[in-house]
Design a protein around this ligand. Sequence first.
Ligand code: ADP
Ligand code: MG
Length: 349
Amino acid sequence: MNRKILNIDEIDFSPSFEKLLKQNAIPPKFKQCTFDNYYPNKRYKSQKIVKEQLMEFIKRLEQFRIKKSRPRFFRGFYKSPKPKNIYLDGIYGVGKTHLLASLANRYSGKSLFLSFSELTYIIAFYKLKSVAEKITEKFDLILIDEFELDDPGDAMMGINFIREVDKTDSVIVTTSNTLPTQLGARKLDILLFKDRIGSLIKSFETYIIDGEDYRMSIKKTEFDSLYEDIETAFKSYKTKEKAKLIVDFEDLLAKLREVHPFRYNQLSYSLDALFIKNIRPFSEDEISDALRFSHLIDTLYYGDVDIFISGYYNLSNLFHPELKDGKFRTKIGRCLSRLSEKCTLIIHS
Ligand SMILES: Nc1ncnc2c1ncn2[C@@H]1O[C@H](COP(=O)(O)OP(=O)(O)O)[C@@H](O)[C@H]1O
Ligand SMILES: [Mg+2]
């Protein structure tokens, strides 16, 4: 693809499952994250401890793989059991995803990185057994970012996936998804995780990272006065390796309805920047559209795509209060938090 400006209908939303898996290496936003550039905060001892435990985990996993590659007869001589799965817990911004990417960067074998919501969409499309089979055939280490526990249906899907993976030689490391606004939610998260995961808990170790949000709290929910209008911003944006795309909010929503959400990441693979014109709030009965949009923002965030939005509204009004405080509040809250980090708002002129 050489063209620098794309139309939404030019995006290929139909890659094969194999291609999708191949693309699921470490997402661009976290590609550079390693154990070496994770600097534990001295005030929180758990940061250094967890980092060391994770590096140790990789060694044990590598020893286990060496053992598995030996002829069956010799395996008895190796004392290398399969390491336990890991649940990395901690509040938002303490570096859980950074550490997850560090595992992938450090591990000499094959690892797969995907977000929990991506996993649930893939399972909904391809069915659990076949997804688990295909993934465990190819990858020894499965990294799942932001395991969601608030929706019992999704949580069950994730748990059944873990059950299938546990039957194989592959290992899972997953992170929690607690937002800073949810005071005391971390404790609840661990309890919920233990409760929901039930008998599977034996196959997990929980590592808790204490700390403060590493991200600087520059929240961009207000309008940016740098650009007069979105068309000018679009014209002046210089693409890097990929393309830029400008689309009307309603046309974007129509496209999102048409395409299965697990394919939304094709936008991130094609774009440096997405410009969305005429945004307007989601009403209380637009929950499906709101969830599709939040998943799109998730994939753009991992893809490190710049986002520009124009409209009459500021971001805090984007979702009706019933959506913001309802069943999917974690997803919606995460979407707003990611938008405030990544997006430039331009007032409609
Ligand atoms: N201890 C650390 N050393 C270096 N960078 C960090 C550290 N903790 C967090 N970061 C950086 O801060 C940002 C937020 O971290 P992230 O891993 O996304 O947090 P979480 O997943 O816990 O919400 C990332 O850009 C990450 O690279
Ligand atoms: Mg994270």
